[in-house]
Design a binder for this molecule. Structure first.
Ligand SMILES: C[S@@+](CC[C@H](N)C(=O)[O-])C[C@H]1O[C@@H](n2cnc3c(N)ncnc32)[C@H](O)[C@@H]1O
Length: 232
């Protein structure tokens, strides 16, 4: 890997939350014009058939550095390189974006539809009345859960939370939240595989959620609506 200030340009295309029809027109244009397209396999599946004549290189966590180095080398030779990311690129995608930024002096960003936008639509909540917490990164479990409990207790904002696959999923989060002082009767919705053909929704209380079998998709989002009342 060479340093990022070498005039190398790469493009990041955010592909949306799973339904290929939610890929933006800008994203489609960038993919159709690309020489090289890289991304995690599940992400590339969303754009299958839209990559024109590009060389498509799937990556996994273990070889992502090597695949991105390859894309960087191609970009250095003047090829048009696109890195695909899931959902939107401003939502819990920092690690991958930083890996691209370390390799290219210019990074063009083409945003996409985030799963949290879809979650808002399904749950009927407004983003500006919500806070967003992700456990999907290296995280400090105590402080992230503390923020969840505090927000639930204040009751002013909805919480949209991305669980951590697969070691801290909805039942464990609910059980921990109750143990830390959240109201067991607080409503919670778990949305799985949004926009995909097997999308699922579960509604109940924190106490009920804590009792569910731990069989959730890695594509799961928890929504904790604020109490109805004077805010609405
Ligand atoms: C690393 S984060 C990336 C989020 C992505 N950048 C976005 O904007 O949706 C991955 C997490 O997002 C959530 N997620 C992404 N797509 C989803 C979907 N279609 N349905 C439910 N949750 C989803 C899940 O919590 C998943 O573990």
């Amino acid at each position: 890997m060479t340093s990022a200030d070498t005039g190398i340009k790469m493009t990041v295309v955010a592909v949306g939350p799973g339904d290929p029809d939610l890929l933006t027109l800008k994203g489609r244009q960038a993919l159709a014009a690309a020489d090289v397209v890289v991304g995690f396999k599940t992400v590339l599946d969303v754009v299958a058939g839209r990559t024109g004549n590009a060389e498509v290189r799937p990556m996994a966590y273990r070889d992502q550095e090597a695949v991105l180095d390859y894309a960087q080398a191609q970009a250095q030779q003047g090829k048009s390189c696109v890195v695909c990311v899931w959902g939107d690129l401003n939502v819990s995608a920092k690690e991958l974006l930083n890996r691209v930024r370390r390799r290219a002096g210019t990074v063009a960003l083409i945003p996409g539809v985030s799963s949290i936008q879809i979650a808002c639509a399904r749950a009927g909540i407004a983003m500006e009345e919500s806070i967003f917490i992700t456990l999907h990164q290296r995280w400090d479990r105590g402080s992230e859960l503390g923020e969840l409990i505090e927000t639930l207790q204040q009751g002013r904002r909805n919480v949209i939370l991305l669980p951590r696959p697969f070691d801290f999923m909805p039942p464990a989060i609910a059980a921990n939240a109750i143990a830390d002082g959240a109201d067991p009767a607080h409503p919670v919705t778990v949305l799985q595989r949004l926009t995909l053909p097997d999308e699922q929704r579960w509604d109940g209380t924190l106490a009920q959620c804590a009792q569910l079998p731990d069989a959730f998709s890695d594509l799961s989002i928890m929504v904790f609506p604020r109490p109805a009342g004077e805010h609405n």
